[in-house]
Design a protein around this ligand. Sequence first.
Ligand code: UT7
Length: 316
Amino acid sequence: MNTYAKITGLGGHVPSRAVDNATLSQWVDTSDQWIQTRTGIRQRHFAGETELAGTLALPAAKQAMAQAGIEGADLDMIVFATTTPDRVYPATACLLQAELNAAPCAAFDVQAVCSGFLYALGIGEAMVAAGRAKTVLIVGAEVFSSTLDWKDRATCVLFGDGAGAAILQADSSPGVMAVRLYADGRYADNLTVNARIRNGELQGDPYTRMDGGTVFRFAVEKMVESAQDVIAKSGSAPDWLVLHQANSRIIEAVRKRLKMSAERCVNCVADYANTSAASIPLALCASSSRFSAGDNVLMAAAGGGFTWGAVMVEWG
Ligand code: UT7
């Protein structure tokens, strides 16, 4: 009998400070009209000085664990997707594990930028399906604002901070039906923070740099391709589409190519902007009350690396 990984709990958290487009327009040469027309974003949340990815992840993880009815001691593994870890090391997963009283479960970070949550989900699913773990906490959390150059209007208006979490548990019924993950490092320079700490000093450029047009075309093409891969692999048509929340125009282009209706395609770009690894779990939190048991939920993401991928889940 197959062992499936089922999503049994979800949680989300954004910092309290919401910044709308009008406010951003006072900081940089942009406008509410440009941002809404080109991206669909109305506002984003920014972390305060002392808030880190782990800080944002804690309430999201606790909410997911409460929904699943589990405690820290029940966790076999924490997989934490982030581009903006609290420290160079140890992993933010370890810091979160301590807060959750979850020792000695395995805990590590995954760095796949905007595809990070699907990478974490794929790893968690594989461990459950292989019988190596029964209960896994998956997190996507970012303080992406820490990488933004407030003089670069082409990037600083696009991103926000937040965290999302899910509990995966072993079950005899689905569950995660299909996972496809990909990367092509030849495109590393198209979306990057090309910096490192060396000999006590920051070396390189500490800000997000992006070739927006290339990333836009890549995101549409690869989310469509990987979505079609998991549709073929699972043999199921999707009832819901939950895409990486970067830009409403990207979401619309993918939705139309996959021939999904707008009502079945989740879009919360307006409220959160692009929260990178947190975007898919936050979108699940915003929409899962509309899902019914047995619905097929198709998630797809693309981002820095380039990385991309898709996951099909039978809900409930
Ligand atoms: O998760 C993956 C991460 N990133 C993404 O998914 C983002 C992918 N890319 C995009 O979403 C879009 O490419 C952007 C939203 C970044 C840009 O949209 P676009 O329609 O491709 O605009 P553009 O870059 O072609 O710029 C059009 C104009 C330019 O002015 P000119 O040269 O036509 O005079 C830009 O300088 O818009 C200007 N512009 C702005 N104007 C006002 C660029 N950023 C802004 C801004 N406010 N914030």
